[in-house]
Design a protein around this ligand. Structure first.
Ligand code: NAD
Length: 169
């Protein structure tokens, strides 16, 4: 099967480790040329070495940069009690994604958002399961998908009450 991202270039921020590194690995596997960026210069350089060619690293503080696929959280949809700042920041990503989508339309940029949850139905989500969603959103297969939120939460949002046993409201 042909790689879906051959000829594409991707910039993955926050990719020294965690989900960002998994996304970079997946995009490389799908044929993209990948630049990873992170505020952690040591960790970023180490991850780029591990991922190998054609992955390069650039130390950067993304507080001054933009993104196309934004990584949010299920708690940007439901809110997480006792974490108002996190919930507000993640919730704002949905609106930012929609706003940037309309502003970027003239430049043919498509804004998408992947929302990750730590507690899906019966187990934790793996970084690779987030990475495959990002790879899809970045691929030509998603050419008519834009300005949307794609929850990657194992049915998390389908639950009427997200609290588990012993976590009464
Ligand atoms: N891990 C989870 O269970 C989970 C769940 C829901 C949402 N998320 C979201 O997914 C994203 C990644 O999560 P993770 O678990 O991989 O996090 P992580 O902490 O493992 O990785 C985050 C990376 O971002 C880098 N970083 C932080 N500030 C930066 C800046 N200003 N400029 C450049 N790089 C910077 C860090 O150095 C680090 O390498 C986050 O936005 C997180 O909120 C994660």
């Amino acid at each position: 099967m042909a790689s879906t991202l051959t000829g594409r270039r991707a910039l993955v921020t926050g990719a020294a480790g965690g989900i960002g590194a998994a996304i970079a690995r997946r995009l490389l596997r799908d044929g993209a040329r990948v630049m990873i960026a992170d505020i952690d210069a040591t960790g970023g350089a180490r991850t780029a070495r591990e991922l190998g060619e054609p992955c390069v690293f650039q130390a950067v503080d993304v507080a001054s940069e933009g993104t196309v696929v934004n990584l949010s959280s299920i708690f940007g949809v439901t809110g997480l009690p006792a974490f108002p700042a996190y919930s507000a920041a993640k919730g704002s990503i949905a609106n930012l994604t929609r706003l940037l989508d309309t502003e970027a339309a003239a430049e043919s940029l498509r804004q998408r958002e992947a929302a990750a949850a730590r507690q899906p139905i019966a187990r934790q989500c793996s970084p690779d399961e987030i990475a495959v969603a990002v790879a899809f959103l970045a691929s030509p297969d998603a050419s008519f998908v834009t300005g949307v939120l794609l929850p990657v939460g194992g049915g998390f949002l389908a639950q009427g009450d997200w609290r588990g046993p012993g976590q009464a409201a």
